[in-house]
Design a protein around this ligand. Structure first.
Ligand code: AMP
Ligand code: ZN
Ligand code: FE
Ligand code: FE
Length: 300
């Protein structure tokens, strides 16, 4: 059975492969389907869909959202997001706008540390897919600009030697120039996704750092709040974590998803469809998710 990858990032957010390059890589890797799940944007989708037709790869629209459940931050991947996602699209545009405000605050903190970076240089590094329509957004139409682009600017300035060092010293949660992101509520994200017939998926559950009964309680709560599936297959999951999450999804009647979180050169070592080498997401995962989406109430 061919493999698939339902969690990927392109140049529309912080990946380094254009949507077209990503689809070409998928075809080369023998993947039958890929979801494009950029942070806060669906701008990569038109180019990916066109490339998918050319290369014979099924392309699923998606997005990754940073949300707050009232107590902690988590990521949702929305799958089956349409090209023009209505109210969700407007919320994504606002999130991208807030990113610029946050990025400028980060640059102010860096400047105070005697590391002056030019925001235009950061935006130039973020330049997204070339072919989408012009909206005059900084960094390119629909492009979500974030910390990885600032990290790349730090790297270019010679002030750090790696992306890892950029996050550890400056941009990460314990870094000197850290600025938290202001996040959408989980419930709002679920309702925006459901309104366009998209399926809300709990991304990379291992990052919740819970297991056993406490993990079950937490995820059962998300299920109650409308999160329909979880990523059991993920680049950073051990085999035992994958087994645990498959069992948990079955117990809670949640769907199962999976993907690499491919970012190209921005995450060296994570391969499309293969993760760190042992990832394999069977095609049957997408078939089951599509059936679950079709059974969802309230879709248009
Ligand atoms: P942002 O959305 O601007 O907050 O940036 C978050 C993104 O930064 C994540 O999706 C990762 O791609 C990347 N990232 C987060 N932490 C690290 C790290 N320690 N090293 C490299 N990249 C990271
Ligand atoms: Zn990312
Ligand atoms: Fe994530
Ligand atoms: Fe991601």
């Amino acid at each position: 059975m061919p493999g698939i990858d339902l969690h990927t990032h392109t140049t529309a957010s912080d990946g380094t492969a254009t949507p077209r390059e990503l689809i070409r890589l998928a075809a080369e890797a023998g993947l039958s389907a890929v979801a494009i799940t950029d942070h806060d944007t669906v701008a990569g989708l038109p180019e990916a869909l066109a490339a998918g037709r050319e290369y014979g790869v099924t392309v699923v629209g998606g997005v990754e959202l940073s949300v707050f459940d009232g107590q902690r931050a988590l990521h949702l991947v929305g799958l089956f997001v349409p090209q023009s996602p209505g109210e969700l699209g407007e919320a994504l545009a606002r999130a991208r706008h807030r990113r610029h405000d946050r990025n400028r605050l980060i640059l102010e903190k860096l400047a105070a540390l005697d590391i002056p970076l030019d925001y235009d240089a950061v935006l130039a590094l973020a330049g997204g897919p070339g072919e989408s329509g012009g909206t005059g957004e900084p960094g390119g139409p629909g492009v979500a600009v974030g910390r990885p682009h600032i990290a790349a600017a730090l790297l270019n300035s010679g002030r750090v030697k790696s992306m890892k060092e950029a996050f550890e010293r400056y941009l990460g949660a314990t870094g000197l120039a850290y600025v938290p992101k202001d996040k959408m509520s989980l419930d709002r994200a679920v309702s925006l996704l459901a309104a366009v017939g998209a399926l809300p998926v709990l991304a990379h559950p291992y990052l919740l750092r819970e297991k056993g009964r406490s993990m079950e309680r937490l995820v059962a709560g998300y299920r109650e709040r409308g999160v329909a599936a979880m990523e059991a297959y993920y680049s950073e999951h051990s085999e035992s974590q994958t087994r645990e999450y498959l069992a948990l999804a079955a117990k809670l009647d949640m769907g199962v998803s999976g993907g690499s979180d491919f970012h190209g050169e921005a995450k060296p070592g994570v391969l499309l469809g293969r993760g760190r080498g042992r990832l394999f997401v069977p095609e049957s995962v997408l078939v089951a998710l599509a059936a679950r989406r079709d059974g969802m109430a309230g879709r248009p």
